[in-house]
Design a protein around this ligand. Structure first.
Ligand code: NAD
Length: 461
């Protein structure tokens, strides 16, 4: 298991000692990893900056083939990587295995995108000159990832950055540093040149990131995490006008309309709510159910949730936060609602009904296995409640009437909509939010453009 810093192609100890990584299912330490100091950061930025011109000058095919080999290695080592994610993050082995496949697909997708970076030739409207555009990598990218998908959040950033020709300093979340270190090892084996990817771990992110963003060699920030930290980083990035992509928090509405297939809606609800034990930015946060089907949907959801096992949350803080949101929700707990006596940070599947529209469960991101149910009168009421939030990552709609669903999808203030589907994540799709859920898109054709800049040449002939 790799536990050192990865800088300029070498594994090395951190200048600030180590910090422990905890197994959420037992609350016991697994191992200690290197704590990077600011001198390590300077070393890593220097290595990434030095490696940038030659990496940017490699052929698209060369960059593509490194990513393709990394994809194949992830699939070949799927069980080992899944076991590590399961251990350091606490998600079930099934969820961890699904994550590895999803994460690897970003390497495959961006291996395919690396060879499709293009420019344009336009004629100016007056016909007197030509406008020639080409795309160049932005430069050294600082990539910051959360703990909830330790592999996928990293590959969703590393893939397009490397495909575009950027070099990288990656800092994974302090709860889950081990998966990122494994990915560094795997990319080095796939033939990535020294300095192109550097991975630094620390449990003191604030000082580390502030220092990185004060360094003018960093030209790109891609952050996935909470809106609160995202806002802080946007302010810090302003100093050097750093190019920013932000994937922030969510508060997804899940609409169940009176004509919906309720069994399909429950099946979708389990995916949208319970994947990763509710710890996903795309997690259904508010079930907005039309009055005439509320009772039947609720009873079906309770039966389905009751059949699921309890799983741990990532840490004690998350457990305490979730418990207090349920205790002060103002609703009626139909299932679960109390932390279990198992070791580690377990919280059971929970359903709360009659949730007031201004409840803490409706206003804040829950990030756990709790499904709050709010009844709505009609489509207008559903849209009004759905959009009454500063977040806008994703929304879900269940209806048998496709036209009705599409009309509502257009009106949802969200970057993504699941229409009769509980899962929107797809490496080939543009993932991202509106309002305070973020800036930019990851995945799809859009993903690589976040790491490219456009230069145009004015000419005439
Ligand atoms: P977080 O904001 O606490 O941490 C995210 C990253 O920021 C980590 O690497 C952490 O070390 C670092 N960080 C923390 N405090 C910092 C500071 N003061 N300065 C600089 N860096 C700091 O978020 P989290 O708890 O790890 O993740 C959960 C959040 O992430 C949720 O809000 C969730 O919705 C969001 N998320 C969003 C997406 C998306 O694609 N939109 C995906 C996954 C998670």
């Amino acid at each position: 298991m790799k536990t050192d810093l990865f800088i300029n192609g070498q594994w090395m100890a951190g200048s600030q000692g180590t910090f422990p990584v905890i197994d959420p299912s037992t609350a016991e330490p697994i191992i200690s990893v290197a704590r990077a100091g600011l001198d390590d950061l300077d070393h890593a930025i220097g290595a990434a900056h030095a490696a940038w011109p030659s990496w940017a000058a490699t052929s698209p095919r060369q960059r593509s083939e490194v990513l393709r080999r990394a994809f194949e290695a992830m699939i070949a080592r799927r069980e080992e990587i899944a076991a590590l994610i399961h251990q350091e993050m606490g998600k079930s082995l099934a969820d961890a295995t699904a994550e590895v496949t999803y994460a690897a697909e970003f390497f495959r997708w961006f291996a395919e995108e690396a060879v499709r970076i293009d420019g344009e030739l336009r004629t100016a409207p007056g016909g007197t000159n030509r406008i020639l555009t080409f795309r160049k990598p932005v430069g050294v990218a600082l990539l910051l990832t959360p703990w909830n998908f330790p592999a996928a959040m990293a590959t969703r950033k590393i893939g397009p950055a490397l495909a575009a020709g950027c070099t990288v300093v990656l800092k994974p979340a302090e709860d889950t540093p081990l998966t990122a270190l494994l990915l560094a090892d795997l990319l080095a084996e796939a033939g990535l040149p020294e300095g192109v990817l550097n991975v630094l771990t620390t449990d003191q992110p604030a000082a580390f990131v502030e220092k990185a963003l004060s360094d003018s060699r960093i030209r790109k920030l891609s952050f996935t995490g909470s809106t609160r930290v995202g806002q802080l980083l946007l302010a810090q990035a302003a100093n050097h006008v750093v190019n920013c992509s932000m994937e922030l928090g969510g508060n997804a509405p899940f609409l169940v309309l009176d004509d919906a297939d309720l069994d399909a809606a429950v099946e979708g609800a389990l995916v949208a709510k319970m994947r990763n034990h509710g710890q996903a930015c795309t997690a259904a946060n508010r079930f907005l159910v039309q009055e005439s089907v509320a009772e039947e949907f609720t009873s079906k959801l309770v039966s389905a949730m009751a059949a699921l096992p309890s799983a741990p949350l990532v840490n004690e803080r998350a457990l305490v936060n979730l418990g207090s949101k349920v205790d002060f929700s103002g609703g009626r707990v139909l299932l679960g609602g109390k932390r279990t006596t198992s070791p580690g940070f377990h919280y059971p599947p929970t359903v709360v009904t009659d949730v007031p529209r201004d409840s803490v469960l409706a206003r804040e991101e829950i990030f756990g296995p709790v499904a709050p149910i709010i009844t709505v009168r009609d489509d207008e009421d559903a849209i009004a409640v759905a959009n009454a939030t500063d977040m806008g990552l994703v929304g879900y709609i269940y209806t048998a009437d496709l036209a009705r669903g599409l009309r509502l999808a257009e009106r949802l203030e969200a970057g993504m909509v699941g229409l009769n589907r509980g899962l929107v994540s797809d490496p080939a799709a543009p993932f991202g939010g509106v309002k305070q859920s973020g800036l930019g898109r990851e995945g799809g054709y859009e993903g690589i453009t976040e790491y490219l800049e456009t230069t145009y040449v004015a000419t005439s002939w």
